[in-house]
Structure formats: structure tokens, C-alpha cells
Design a protein around this ligand. Structure first.
Ligand code: SF4
Length: 390
């Protein structure tokens, strides 16, 4: 059973849609001196029960650091300098940044599980899949005997589409996709309430990626856990996630329901990312992408960190950093850009992607995005084609 040191409100009934993880003003530095790298700056996110929250951004934008900080797996010289992370679990409320090591050990895996990027590195190469699965159960479920652990391990493999005869296989005997499935099965072994997935399908081909993400969505629907899904691939999140947070230079720069973010991005960086995907139809055009590179976090530009790459940059952008401004919307929306502040007007509308552009990479639920977009046809032949072509 979980430790009770910081458990509050234990036994409170929970329902889908309740907030399960609350991150407020989280800041993380690498280093302790004045020239420390500010890897995450004042990040605030909310994850609801049963929700998939996507965290997108280029490499080095602070996504993984944020996940490591939330689970207290950050290693020196990483240091959490500000903020609060609250986990509202079925067995109680926890202040994760203040919880002692024993409480964190009990919460990790049983309540908050993490799937890391490289399954081959995360699995022990000299132990069979079965031993690794039963080891998790042995450590966290002392009430289970050997036979029950073996049966549960087989059940977990089945859950992710692998037959039980693979329990005796070593990791090198499985394909990359199967190893990643095993990692997901291990993460789900204790039925956690929150699953944090850090680029779980990045190294896989698109067909395997599609299969795994479909399974993930089906498992989420069946078991009801919430997912914090970290990836650099915004097109994947548009289809998979309910809500998306976009990070740049350690800051959350836009936060919106997935369909709204796709339909009308409010930050030039998000618009640039969305325009970096080739269209499925129409004229062939040269891809421009976003000019420049993400900043060196030791020397972040004055004002808005995105200003050297932003085609809309104004004088104010080079002097003062914008704050995350809540925007009027049916869902939770916010953007950190002076263009969203009163009194500032964009010199031209943000360039929007072609409605079916992202369909080229839609993987999890073909047609779902089209169904959510006003005026778009769920039977759109391009989105249908994108779904069936994979
Ligand atoms: Fe561009 Fe200015 Fe908005 Fe930054 S604040 S994204 S520089 S318009």
C-alpha cells in the first residue's frame, strides 16, 4: 500500500475528467551558479483523468526535463528551483516535490508510470521478458504468489498484443516494436493512474508506430489512465492527444485542445511547426520550415525567446518577454505571444496549414480529426486515404 506521509483526501470518489496531475510554475535549472541553464521556466500544466496531454517541441525544449522533474527522477546537476506538482490519486493527494523518497518509490510505477524512449536500453538484456515483468510484480505486489505473477505477466503481454510464449524470450529476440510494447506492458503492470511516455515510438517505423498508438488509445479507453505524451512530432499529437502544450526554450508557449490548436494556432512557433509538414494534395511547393535554430539555453535572447526566428517580431518582442495569456475559448487555451495581448495586431494573419496536411501522418484514429473540425467532412477522401495507406 502507498505510504501515507503526504496522502490527503484519501478515498475521495474520482471520475473521468477530474484533475489527476497539476503542475504549477515548475522551473528546472541545470547547474547551481549564475550561468545555470534554465531548462524549464515557470511551466504550468493540468492533466485530467483519462486525458491524453501531448507535450511537443524541438529537441532541447525542456520536454523530457519536465517529465523527469515531475517524477523526481532528475539527476544532478538538474535542480528544481520553483513550482509545485500535485498528484490527486485515488488513494490520496500528494505534493510530489515535497514527498520523501519512500513515498516517491511507492508512487512510481504503481500510480505514476514512465515509458522511456529507448526500450532496448531500458530492458535488461540478460533477463527474459517474463522475469522482468514478474520482478515488477514481486517488488510491488507482495500479496501475489509465483503462479499469480506468471499469469499476470502473460495477461500483460496479451494486453499489448504479444502472445504468452514470448515470456521466455530475451529482449534481443524481439523486434523494436515488440520491445516497446513490453515497456508499455511493464508500465501498466500495476494499473497506474498516470502514464508518462517520453518519445515512446520515435525509433519505430510508421506502421509499428500506428499499431502501438492505436493500442495505447484502446487501453486508455479501457483502463481509464491519463497520459502525458512527449514527442517532437506535433502531427502525431494532433490526432492522438486531447490537449496539446507546445514548448520552446523551456517555456510553454501555447496550450490548447488539439483540434483548436490545429485549426487556429495562436503562437507563430506553433504555426511554423504545423506548416512544416508536406501537403497531401495540391501544387508541389518547397518546404520552408522555421528559419534558424532553437536558442542555446545558456544565452536565451532578450524578450521573447522566439523573436530571432519570428517573422512577426515587433520592437516589444525584443525587449519584454510575453507571459502566457488565457484566451477566450470553449476549451482551455493560452498562448505566450505579444500578438495575443490587447493593443497588438499581427501585420498579417498567421499562416495556417492545409486542412488535410497533417493527415499524412495521422496514425491513431483516422477520421477523428476531420470529425472535430467544423465544416470538414469525416469521410474526407484524403484523410481516409491517409488512414488506409498506413
Ligand atoms: Fe513572435 Fe513577438 Fe509573438 Fe514572440 S512575442 S512569438 S517574437 S510575435
Amino acid at each position: 500500500m502507498l505510504g501515507t506521509q503526504r496522502a490527503e483526501s484519501a478515498g475521495r470518489p474520482r471520475s473521468r475528467g477530474d484533475v489527476v496531475l497539476e503542475i504549477s510554475g515548475l522551473s528546472v535549472d541545470y547547474g547551481f551558479t549564475d550561468d545555470a541553464v534554465r531548462a524549464v521556466v515557470d511551466a504550468s500544466l493540468t492533466l485530467r483523468r483519462g486525458e491524453v496531454l501531448g507535450l511537443a517541441g524541438e529537441s532541447g525544449s525542456g520536454k523530457s526535463t519536465l517529465a523527469y522533474a515531475v517524477t523526481r527522477l532528475l539527476r544532478a546537476p538538474g535542480v528544481i528551483t520553483a513550482g509545485e506538482v500535485r498528484f490527486h490519486g485515488a488513494e490520496g493527494d500528494y505534493d510530489l516535490l515535497a514527498a520523501d523518497a519512500q513515498t516517491m518509490r511507492e508512487l512510481r510505477w504503481s500510480q505514476l508510470a514512465v515509458v522511456f524512449q529507448s526500450a532496448m536500453n531500458a530492458l535488461n538484456p540478460v533477463l527474459t521478458i517474463g522475469s522482468q515483468l514478474t520482478d515488477v510484480l514481486k517488488a510491488h505486489r507482495p500479496d501475489m504468489n509465483r503462479q499469480a505473477r506468471k499469469e499476470r505477466a502473460a495477461e500483460l503481454l496479451n494486453l499489448v498484443g504479444i502472445t504468452a510464449d514470448r515470456l521466455s524470450s530475451f529482449p534481443h529476440e524481439l523486434s523494436g516494436g515488440m520491445r516497446q510494447r513490453v515497456m508499455i506492458a511493464m508500465a501498466l503492470a500495476l494499473e497506474p493512474e498516470v502514464l508518462i511516455m517520453d518519445e515512446p515510438t520515435t525509433a519505430l517505423d510508421v506502421v509499428t508506430q500506428r499499431e502501438i498508438l492505436e493500442e495505447l488509445v484502446a487501453l486508455r479507453d479501457r483502463l481509464g489512465f491519463a497520459v502525458l505524451f512527449i514527442t517532437h512530432d506535433l502531427s502525431l499529437l494532433i490526432e492522438l492527444a486531447d490537449t496539446i502544450a507546445v514548448m520552446y526554450a523551456g517555456r510553454v508557449v501555447e496550450y490548447a485542445p488539439a483540434a483548436a490548436l490545429f485549426r487556429s494556432p495562436r503562437h507563430p512557433y506553433t504555426a511554423g511547426l504545423l506548416n512544416s509538414f508536406p501537403g497531401l494534395h495540391g501544387e508541389r511547393v518547397a518546404m520552408t520550415g522555421i528559419p534558424g535554430s532553437p536558442p542555446d539555453l545558456r544565452h536565451v535572447p532578450e524578450g521573447c525567446p522566439f523573436n530571432p526566428r519570428c517573422r512577426y517580431a515587433m520592437d516589444v518582442c525584443r525587449q519584454d518577454a510575453p507571459v502566457l495569456i488565457s484566451l477566450p475559448s470553449a476549451g482551455r487555451r493560452a498562448a505566450s505571444c505579444w500578438l495575443q495581448a490587447e493593443g497588438f495586431i499581427a501585420p498579417e494573419p498567421l499562416a495556417l496549414p492545409e486542412p488535410t496536411t497533417v493527415g499524412a501522418r495521422i496514425v491513431a484514429r483516422p477520421g477523428a480529426l476531420a470529425a472535430e473540425l467544423p465544416g470538414s467532412d469525416p469521410q474526407d477522401p484524403y484523410i481516409e486515404a491517409a488512414g488506409s495507406a498506413l
